[in-house]
Design a binder for this molecule. Structure first.
Ligand SMILES: [Zn+2]
Length: 483
């Protein structure tokens, strides 16, 4: 086992692990690619991070406000897990590592959607079991709360998966800012899936995590494991707080699932059963994330069949999957993306790389009803084949909109490779009906003061839209935060 870890380090192509080999130089920082429920943190030396003015700063990230941290006695930033200093150092290291890795996969520098070079990091912005990215405040934000069962102080910023998830939102926003104004289930589900997958793929680039997942699964990634479950510690605390298994298990989400795509407008907004699929973006994301996880799992199996040790097979599959997703985003439509678009783009990217994952991608996407019989690698991905986006502004009218009847809403609709060509206003009305029925829009009264915490539902998910009143007129606007 030890030999395989050493060989991983020398064979690694990714920046996070280059950092391990140069740990003797520069500053060491606490990092946990999972969380303290799963494993002990490690110390890493992250490229593009420097200690300056008695604090830490990254090329692409800085602490918000007056947050500062001083080094330990050895001049490093390695701290005891569960402390505020640990959370600050760890979350800063995670943000920069995620940017480093994604820049390598994109093949280009990341410029944040809000225009600044550095995103602001709030490692602990107060009491809550939550985390979010806000373009408006140019920041990623994490919180703490006391688990009522374990009495443990739980910081969302102490999980590598959760920090990478929020940075994933910011990275996708930097590549495709148009997705942030969409009301479409697939586009918003893709944002969540991209964020969850960023957390997953970053975790696969840790030798320690790959070794643990290999021990848990023997290389069969369909067995429960730390990579498939995301946000174990926070998910457990959320369940302990609400007094029931609200997340389906001791995690926030699990990528081992059987969810299949169907036309979003045909989904029951109030399904029965535990952990049912709805078009709420976190719920809906699980179809695409599940498909991607299965693709990665099949790559792991292939790598093992080709003679790789399970841990290395996982790491290589994670790296390759991350590259496919990043490159697909570079080809993606600007303002809307369907899961089918994303799957076709992945086939296209894979074909450009030699096509070794063609069958794995196609079969898993067919299995999920994301692709259909007859779909295959598109020959033409030029802009000419993309249906242009159309803008629509409508007033919601009718009993199906309940108290939202009379609200004005604007949106871009029907972009992408596989767009429908129906009436954009009717399509937008259908999208809004679905979002209102699944509880994704926050209603407010005229003159109501809306605080930041109001913008999250009882499960801690940010509402996608919120009612604003201007001159007595009700409008529904996109929430500027995504959790
Ligand atoms: Zn999210």
């Amino acid at each position: 086992m030890i030999n395989s870890i050493n060989s991983l380090n020398t064979l690694s192509y990714t920046r996070p692990n280059e950092s391990v080999s140069v740990a003797a130089k520069g500053v060491e920082i606490s990092y946990n690619p999972q969380d303290e429920m799963v494993m002990e943190p490690i110390a890493v030396n992250v490229p593009n991070i420097r200690a300056s003015n008695s604090t830490l700063e990254g090329e692409n990230v800085k602490f918000a406000g007056k947050e500062r941290i001083t080094p330990n006695d050895e001049g490093n930033y390695v701290f005891t897990p569960g402390t505020r200093k640990f959370v600050a150092a760890h979350s800063l290291a995670t943000v920069q590592q995620t940017v480093n890795a994604m820049e390598e996969k994109l093949g280009s520098e990341i410029h944040w959607a809000f225009g600044d070079k550095q995103i602001e990091l709030n490692p602990d912005a107060g009491i809550d079991f939550n985390a979010y990215y806000s373009r408006d405040s140019k920041s990623v934000n994490f919180f703490h709360g006391k688990d009522p069962v374990t009495n443990r102080q739980v910081y969302s910023g102490s999980s590598g998966e959760i920090v990478s998830h929020e940075v994933g939102h910011a990275i996708l926003d930097s590549q495709r800012p148009g997705y942030f104004t969409s009301w479409k289930a697939d586009t918003n589900g893709f944002h969540e899936a991209f964020a969850d997958l960023t957390g997953l793929f970053m975790a696969t680039q840790s030798d320690e995590v790959c070794e643990l997942a290999a021990q848990e699964t023997g290389g069969d990634m369909h067995k429960p494991n730390c990579l498939a479950a995301t946000g174990e510690l926070l998910g457990t605390s959320i369940n302990n707080k609400v007094g029931r298994n609200a997340t389906g298990g001791n995690y926030i989400r699990n990528f081992i699932n059987d969810f299949k795509w169907q036309a979003p407008h045909t989904v029951d907004p109030h399904p029965s059963g535990s952990d049912p699929l709805t078009t709420e973006m976190h719920s809906w994301s699980r179809i695409f994330t599940g498909a991607q996880y299965d693709i990665m799992s099949d790559m792991v199996a292939r790598n093992i069949a080709n003679g790789m040790e399970p841990a290395r097979a996982i790491k290589e599959a994670g790296s390759e999957s991350m590259g496919l997703l990043a490159q697909a985003v570079k080809l993606a439509p600007q303002n809307e993306i369907t899961y089918r678009d994303a799957a076709l783009l992945m086939l296209k990217v894979d074909a450009q790389n030699g096509g070794q994952n063609h069958d794995i991608i196609l079969n898993n996407m067919l299995q999920r009803n994301i692709l259909f019989e007859g779909d295959d690698t598109p020959s033409d991905m030029s802009m000419a084949s993309i249906v242009p986006d159309r803008q629509a502004t409508i007033t919601l009218e009718g009993p199906e909109f309940g108290k939202f009847s009379g609200a004005e809403v604007s949106g871009r609709v029907s972009g992408g490779l596989t767009a429908m060509s129906g009436d954009p206003g009717l399509e937008l009305a259908e999208d809004m009906k679905q979002l209102i029925q699944n509880g994704s829009i926050l209603y407010t009264e005229p003159n109501q003061t809306v605080s930041k915490s109001d913008l999250f539902d009882k499960n801690g998910n940010a509402y996608i839209g919120v009612v604003r009143w201007v001159d007595g007129k009700m409008t529904i606007e996109r929430n500027g935060m995504i959790s």
